[in-house]
Design a protein around this ligand. Structure first.
Ligand code: HEC
Ligand code: HEC
Ligand code: HEC
Ligand code: HEC
Length: 135
């Protein structure tokens, strides 16, 4: 979290003091209970020396976790043509984390979006809805 910002998760901590647990606790009561149970299990495994890093999330955080702090789905009233200000770039839409990956290294200039991940989703929707061919 120090030095140049490399990931969206790090940017959250730097810009707004959003900590790991603020995302990783999920959004509702069920998330809280499931995640605490997983954490207790992991702690037990760690104590007996049998813990291995799962490498992926066993319990997806889902859009609801992003929406608890970004209730308007990423709109920006300060910037006239911000991407999510357009109604058609809010709903229907892909999952937040399909475009916005939290832990993959990406440039701050693209707000930590990776073209290789995001562009196929732009193309898919534009092609399906509008018949615009992909480039
Ligand atoms: C902005 C919300 C957010 C913050 C802050 C955040 N994470 Fe994550 N994390 C996610 C999401 C969402 C995933 C699922 C994979 C993805 O979308 O990149 C994830 C995945 C993970 C994984 C599974 C491995 C992987 O890369 O998929 C681990 C481990 C993890 N996070 C640890 C951390 C730690 C440690 C911190 C604090 C230093 C942290 N996270 C901060 C949202 C966040
Ligand atoms: C605990 C609150 C919280 C959660 C949970 C959260 N965010 Fe954020 N996010 C913020 C704050 C605060 C900022 C910085 C202020 C702003 O730009 O609104 C921010 C900034 C961002 C930015 C702009 C980053 C930049 O540097 O340009 C993106 C993109 C983003 N969040 C996406 C997500 C996604 C996707 C998730 C779910 C995986 C998520 N956020 C979860 C609070 C949160
Ligand atoms: C199809 C890909 C895609 C999906 C899905 C997506 N976003 Fe975005 N998001 C973008 C793009 C593109 C931008 C604009 C980046 C820029 O300004 O350079 C953006 C910008 C943002 C920002 C920064 C807004 C600002 O100007 O400060 C936030 C916050 C954000 N998204 C949150 C979300 C949330 C929450 C979700 C899920 C409800 C989501 N996004 C789903 C592509 C996506
Ligand atoms: C959920 C479907 C969907 C997704 C995903 C999507 N778009 Fe769009 N996009 C639309 C629709 C619908 C329009 C409106 C076309 C019209 O006005 O005729 C549009 C219009 C546009 C326009 C022209 C108007 C404007 O707002 O400037 C641009 C540029 C654009 N999209 C870029 C993108 C990019 C870049 C991505 C991926 C990060 C993306 N779109 C993802 C549905 C989508």
């Amino acid at each position: 979290m120090d030095g140049p910002l490399l990931t969206l998760a790090a940017a959250h901590n730097a810009a707004a003091r959003v900590k790991c647990i603020d995302c990783h606790i999920g959004a509702d009561r069920k998330d809280y209970l499931v995640i605490k149970a997983l954490a207790a299990w992991d702690t037990g495994r760690w104590v007996v020396g049998a813990y291995t890093d799962p490498g992926i999330l066993r319990y997806p955080l889902g859009d609801r976790t992003c929406l608890k702090c970004h209730p308007d789905g990423g709109e920006n009233p300060r910037v006239e043509k911000a991407f999510h200000n357009a109604s058609y770039h809010r709903d229907p839409r892909n999952g937040c984390s399909e475009c916005h990956r939290s832990h993959l290294k990406a440039p701050a200039e693209t707000r930590f979006l990776l073209q290789a991940l995001a562009k196929p989703l732009c193309d898919q929707c534009h092609q399906a809805l509008l018949g615009i061919p992909s480039k």
